[in-house]
Design a protein around this ligand. Structure first.
Ligand code: PLP
Length: 394
């Protein structure tokens, strides 16, 4: 019996499910009835593997970070998702979902995006496959994330502003759901993380699990064993983390660490540390931990990294937290920026600020000299250069 996989009702322990308006029921049923079977077909697998190899650039290296290992007196490996096409792990999921959409005869793709990274990954695969692409984005985010908006437009996507509420990610999500209700037949909704109603968390975990599958093979050849002692990843919604953790979930000898953004500090009211600040509730159609006010309204999260600036976490992660299977550590903006600088100076790798959070955990942990740690280097820092520049006054 697997303890950390989704059950037949779409739950991870107490979390998950599909709490959606009745009007979305048929769309989700279609997906739920078909996704597992389609992903298992030889046709899907051969196309998926081929694109992961030749288009995304997989397998990504598992890099032994010698300098960092020397400094922290432990064995540190980086899974180099930053080297994927478009600069992060997100493309693993969008490639898989676009193939799924094609198998379901969908011709129109919708997505929502906050910082624009998922929007770009979606627009990329739509360009590749020649499918119509509409990306919903909060009006405020459109202004803040101009380079990604330009990328999406170059890739042929239409970027539709969400003008209600706080005009950010959750409002864009509402617009995308409304669109899907109105266009059920030919539209597929590509969700970008392990969030949303069942079957999305499981679907996205399955597509991202290529990360941990590769780690096993790579560790076997580098260390003579498939399992590390620790797997460590930042958690926004939790897809890069789910991808790195998935093959190791049932092996309790592997310690799991999720790293959240505490922004300006957990008590500052400018934070995104969901496991500390969140309570059970429903967001994006799934029951999970989320940041909310006393009336259950979602509160606006904050982090210097746009990708961790999400008020919830996926139901798998809520389950890992509640059962104690994973330990969660929260890292402030300042700690993350210093860790990003350290990785740049010591290893010549400028990480995305999301990723940098994971590399700030050393002072909260006591690793042993022969512990094998695998960090998910989820993305590269090019997109964050302006934020780094302003922060360090370059
Ligand atoms: C989007 C993003 C994240 C956060 O999303 P998850 O679903 O939690 O992985 C983390 N790192 C990078 C580089 C991202 O682009």
């Amino acid at each position: 019996m697997k303890k950390y996989s989704v059950d037949e009702f779409g739950f991870y322990g107490d979390f998950g499910g599909a709490f959606v308006p009745e009007l979305l029921y048929s769309n989700l049923e279609e997906l739920k009835e078909n996704y597992k079977q389609i992903i298992q077909t030889e046709k899907f697998q051969s196309q998926f593997q081929k694109l992961l190899k030749d288009y995304v650039g997989r397998p990504t290296p598992l890099y032994f970070a010698e300098n960092l290992s020397e400094k922290y007196q432990t064995k540190i490996y980086l899974k180099r998702e930053d080297l994927c096409h478009t600069g992060a792990h997100k493309i693993n999921n969008t490639i898989g979902q676009i193939l799924l959409a094609k198998a379901l005869n969908k011709t129109r793709i919708i997505a929502e995006t906050g910082a624009g990274q998922h929007g770009v990954a979606t627009a990329t695969v739509c360009a590749l496959m020649g499918l119509q692409c509409i990306v919903y984005m909060g009006e405020v985010d459109i202004e803040r994330q101009a380079p990604n908006v330009a990328r999406m437009k170059m890739l042929g996507a239409e970027v539709r502003p969400a003008k209600s509420g706080s005009r950010t990610l959750k409002d864009a999500t509402n617009e995308a759901i409304r669109d899907w209700i109105n266009h059920p037949k030919h539209t597929h909704y590509i969700i970008g993380s392990v969030v949303g109603p069942h079957p999305y968390p499981d679907l996205v975990t399955t597509l991202q699990s290529v990360i941990s599958k590769e780690v096993k093979t790579q560790l076997r050849s580098k260390e003579g064993r498939e399992t590390p002692d620790y797997v460590i990843a930042c958690v926004g919604g939790g897809s890069n983390a789910a991808g790195l953790f998935s093959e190791f979930l049932e092996n309790e000898k592997v310690s799991i660490i999720g790293v959240e953004a505490s922004g300006k500090g957990v008590n500052s009211e400018a934070s995104a540390a969901t496991t500390i600040l969140g309570r059970e509730g429903i967001i994006h159609g799934s029951k999970t931990l989320l940041m909310q006010n006393k009336d259950g309204q979602i509160t606006e999260p904050y982090s210097i990294s746009a990708g961790l600036d999400y008020p919830g976490i996926g139901p798998l992660h809520a389950h890992l937290y509640k059962t104690g299977r994973a330990k969660f550590i929260s890292i402030t903006d300042d700690e993350a920026m210093q860790a990003g600088l350290e990785l740049s100076k010591m290893e010549g790798i400028i990480p995305a600020i999301e990723t940098a959070h994971a590399f700030a955990i050393f002072k909260y942990m006591n690793f042993k000299k022969d512990d094998i740690l695998v960090f998910n280097c989820s993305g590269r820092g090019d997109k964050d250069l302006e934020t780094y520049r302003t922060y360090f006054n370059y």
